[in-house]
Design a protein around this ligand. Structure first.
Ligand SMILES: N=C(N)NCCCC(=O)O
Ligand SMILES: [Zn+2]
Ligand SMILES: [Zn+2]
Length: 328
């Protein structure tokens, strides 16, 4: 007998009593319920301070094409099992330098979008009473609006770094104002955004007409389309981002379809000619040192994924953003 307790799930301890992920050298990473990166649930850390809460927003009733993003949060958690404590690319330990927990999933009304928006905003507001920052796993991009509403109550207008193949500043679909194609127009109309500092990164593909671009600029966004990525390069893109947002509070809204369909097939509105996952992760590392007040990673639709390709890309994007919050 080894004397080892096979039911034990010891965790990697962090400084100051921080509770880290389950220790994969003692409890195989493919076992046990999947919280994000096998981090502790909120109810496992007592009254300790929470620097970052990861939460799921399972909702896809706002989509205009393929559904399925309601299964995104669970898929990204399952795809995060291989994440390890030390990030060599940024020289930091994202789970030791800050207390990160998995707060579980919001119960969002799938049948009534107005109620769904209220569910997400209420859930985010109450969680912000406990956690300094939220990292939200979507769900479709509709959820970005209530998350920005909740954040506005704490930080005022924020600079949005919107990584997406799509502008998502359209007005209505079939007369509906709240969809996954309209969150940032609504947010701009509601005064939630810093109109001098918002950016789209990675936009591409066919539009409904040239007015889409002129309307977008009028809402306070500048855009770096994917067609400029090779010329500008990731370092150049990081420079433009840092120059635009400065030391403002920054919200990162990452639609996984900013990646090329080769790197993120598991999504609802894929567009050819996107970023590689290597480019995306390098870009996110470039956000180290920015005043990141919140993040979402949305539009992961596992039904169209294979071998967790999209889930792994999303999990690593969250990992790099968590690392950027404490790097340097
Ligand atoms: N995937 C997001 N967030 N938006 C897609 C909008 C697609 C369209 O208007 O055709
Ligand atoms: Zn998109
Ligand atoms: Zn989007």
């Amino acid at each position: 007998m080894t004397g080892r307790d096979p039911w034990a799930t010891p965790r990697v301890a962090g400084p100051g009593g921080r509770v880290g992920p389950v220790d994969a050298s003692l409890s195989p990473r493919y076992g046990g319920a999947a919280t994000f990166a096998r981090l502790p649930r909120l109810d496992e850390i007592g009254t300790a301070d929470v620097d970052v809460a990861v939460l799921g927003a399972p909702f896809d009733t706002g989509v205009s094409f393929r559904p399925g993003a309601r299964f995104g949060p669970g898929h990204v958690r399952e795809s995060s099992r291989l994440l390890r404590p030390f990030n060599p690319a940024l020289g930091t330990e994202p789970f030791a330098r800050q207390q990160v927990v998995d707060a579980g999933d919001l119960a969002i009304n799938p049948f009534d979008i107005d109620e769904a928006l209220a569910d997400v905003e209420t859930g985010a507001r109450t969680l912000l009473e406990r956690a300094t920052r939220l990292v939200t796993l979507g769900g479709d991009h509709t959820v970005a609006l209530p998350l920005l509403r909740a954040l506005h109550a704490v930080h005022g207008p924020v600079a949005v770094l919107h990584l997406d193949a799509h502008l998502d500043t359209w007005d209505t679909y079939f007369g509906a104002a709240y969809t996954h194609g309209t969150p940032f127009r609504r947010a701009s109309e509601e005064g939630l955004l810093d109109a001098e500092a918002c950016m789209h990164l990675g936009v591409r593909g066919p539009l409904y007409g040239p007015a889409d671009l002129t309307d977008d600029r009028a809402l306070g966004f500048t855009a770096v389309p994917c067609t400029e990525l090779d010329a500008v390069g990731v370092p150049g893109l990081v420079e433009r981002v840092r120059a635009r947002v400065g030391d403002r509070p920054v919200y990162v809204s990452l639609d996984i379809d900013v990646l090329d369909p080769a790197f993120a097939p598991g999504t609802g509105t894929p567009e050819a000619g996107g970023m590689t996952s290597r480019e995306l992760l390098a870009l996110l590392r470039g956000f180290a040192g920015l005043r990141l007040v919140g993040v979402d990673v949305v539009e992961v639709a596992p039904a169209y994924d294979h071998a967790q390709v999209t889930g792994i890309a999303a999990a690593h994007a969250v990992y790099e953003l968590l690392s950027a919050m404490v790097a340097g």
